[in-house]
Design a protein around this ligand. Sequence first.
Ligand code: TRP
Length: 351
Amino acid sequence: MAQDTSFDVALKRSNAIWEDLDVHPEKYNMLTGDRPTGRLHLGHYFGTLKGRVDLQNMGVNTNVLIADYQVITDRDTTENIQDNVINMLADYLAVGIDPSKTMIFTHSSVPAANQLMLPFLSLVSEAELQRNPTVKAEMEASGHTLTGLLLTYPVHQACDILFCKGNIVPVGKDQLPHIELTRTIARRFNERFGNVFEEPSGLLSDAHLLPGLDGRKMSKSYGNAIAISMTPEETAKRIKKSQTDCERFITFDPENRPGVSALLTTASVCTGRPEIEIAEEIGNGGSGQLKKYVTESVNEYFAPIRERRMELMADTDYLSDVLNEGNKKANQIAQNTLQEVMDAMGMSYKF
Ligand code: TRP
């Protein structure tokens, strides 16, 4: 029998957790997060935000990190960061992340979690860091040199997961190396200093990877994204400007018709109808009719979310209370974990 690859192993582990989640949600503690570099878009929403809300509502203990220190991994400015943080929080709450159930916090406000970086860095070798494929890809995409922070951010991510004793991390396949590294760090810490950490698992999902309007990965920098925060008019304009092709009859064919197919997928995730059914219905109506249908589908789905978002953005006192509360709680948890780490390392001196 062929030996399982590390992906097969991670997949099996993830499948077993999915089965157990229904029965014992209370056993699980989820951590995930986003870099506050701009507005969250429909790719984020259908790819991960919706899934977080489901886990939250199933009774899993959930933690969501606004990863502000990760903004400077692959760029050298923190321009607009405060605005991005508050808007990210508004996006979270508007889509249904409930601060009475989910701890929402920022990196920069939790010094004890960041302090774990020091012992953790001692547990990994330079070679292990150098061969992380995600770090390499991010470096190439950014066009920047490999900074010390970019090289070591997977270790920082281990601090995020382990300070709050997260045991499940929803990830795409490309983030699995980070989870592997976190497992290695937890294991080595326990071996060297005593049992403090559980090895977390990546939770792989079959959530829809919604492409951008041109069929490429949805990204603000490609101009192919629809932000959750857009108005219906901005949404209509963005969809109207998207590239289709010169064939009138609408068919679903992602390989040969990336623009038309991405539009169909966008309508499909918003309406719950299969792409092919929508394509057949529009048929000879052409891309004009397709775009009209997509615009209506998106605007209808996001209307309540956007309305709630507007209300939230009008109440920044509330938003800042939510973040302060989350940060306070995260600090308590991080201080407890750091204390355990200090104890294990014999650094809780009593002179
Ligand atoms: N890397 C994630 C992103 O690029 C954000 C993040 C920071 C994260 N720390 C994490 C995700 C820990 C999962 C676990 O948006």
